[in-house]
Design a protein around this ligand. Sequence first.
Ligand SMILES: C[S@@+](CC[C@H](N)C(=O)[O-])C[C@H]1O[C@@H](n2cnc3c(N)ncnc32)[C@H](O)[C@@H]1O
Length: 512
Amino acid sequence: MQKANVYKLPSSGEARELLRKKGQFWTPDWAAEAMVDYVLADKGGTLFDPAVGAGAFFRAAKTIEKKKGLHITLSGMDIDPTALEQAIQQGLTRDDITGVKINDFVFHPPQEKLSAIVANPPYIRHHRLSLDTKEQLKRLSMQNTGMILDGRAGFHVYFLIRALTLLEENGRLAFIMPADTCEGKFANDLWRWISVNYALDAVIVFASNASPFPNVDTNPLIFFIRKSMPKENFLWAKCHESQTDILKMWVRSGFEMTPTKGLTVTQRKLSEGLSTGLSRPLATGKASKYILGDFVQIVRGVATGANEFFFMTAEQVKQTDIPNNYFTRAIGRTRDVPTEEITRATLDLLEAKGRPTFLLALNGDSIENYPESLKEYLKKGETIGLPQKPLISQRKPWYKTESRIAPPFLFSYLGRRNSRFIRNSARIIPLTGFLCVYPKSDDKEYTDHLWKILNHPDTVANLIMVGKSYGDGAVKVEPRSLEKLPIPENVIDQSGMQTQMRLFESKTPYKT
Ligand SMILES: C[S@@+](CC[C@H](N)C(=O)[O-])C[C@H]1O[C@@H](n2cnc3c(N)ncnc32)[C@H](O)[C@@H]1O
């Protein structure tokens, strides 16, 4: 592998921010060659890359051209001319890039139909798009798919739609995309449209240690799609080795070869893949009749709108002189809970480290009724403009904080460490890094059985079935999705919960 093609982590936060804005993460050779091989289908012709960047796919095409004796014409687009300079530095000639137009692919696409499209589109999440761009994308989606996708679809999703509409009959497309393409709110609509208009040949996912983009907070997938009659089945392959040759060998064999190592391939029904989510493995075992929501209610942790003001260290509490009864104990970061249980000792340790654990808990009384120290502190909040901050401005009065009953369990829903359940023995209140898990009964035995269910490895293994996946194996699970977590029947049997279930089915003692 040439050094230049390896993804380099930007050296500073600023550089990374710039990369994010432009969506410039280069595809490594070992993945690029497999993708180009698929779209060329041993035929040669014109290869179109709508986001050429430093030219990973063009270089791959030149390698394949030489190897197979094909004649390939390179064509493409990019909005950033400086990226093309990098393409030259990384081994392409000026001739190779004469067919690249500097323009926006989504809003100024080529007029002709295309037979081979390959891309690593810019992954630009929706909150980075301007309102005006979002409006234009809505119109584009309506014109091309007949529907408006949920507003959380990122720019890359519209790249895919645009590219699919440009495919000629039997034309092929290979896109490397973040997993939100099949896990986001918009994904059902998107894939319903794709699956009735195109043939999905294969989906490639990567084990976290084999990601083509190591150190990037994205779980990438490759889609191989043809403009042809939809098929009932598709191939789902998981790549376990980074920089492996096996991926391109498998693609080169027309998916005929049975890989012995580095890649596992499963044939799946399209209907099953779409309902499970294409980024997720085929669910093995019997479908369970239980979901987590049968036993618990889930509510997100407290959002303060300004942690630096509402969430204090012991030292800050002392300095402000606000009486203790205006605080509740809380935990803000997943990293602050390295174990499976939060105890008094966890809080003491955090306090000793100077981490905040005191959350201002104000019920919205008139400021005049508060002690002087608190009045003074709130006035300070007003002078620094807190009442105008987005989340805070919706509260009346602005300093009235969200309240929660301390949940017996927490769920740490996104972190470098695996997502997991935590027993809250210290009865703290969690901030938004966690979800609150409230059992449907406060009976001690019920809670003990539930704990066995929550930290059973088979329960935890199912999190990928309901969560959104990011880089490094991190999974983020929203409250409503967590309630849908399937609980395997063997887990229920082993927990001893069955005897309790009938007794407590309708009770919901925790109100938040
Ligand atoms: C993720 S990089 C991929 C580049 C290269 N194909 C690769 O895989 O290494 C995406 C590229 O898209 C370009 N880009 C961003 N927005 C674009 C747009 N609207 N139209 C065309 N190119 C765009 C960026 O400048 C960047 O070079």
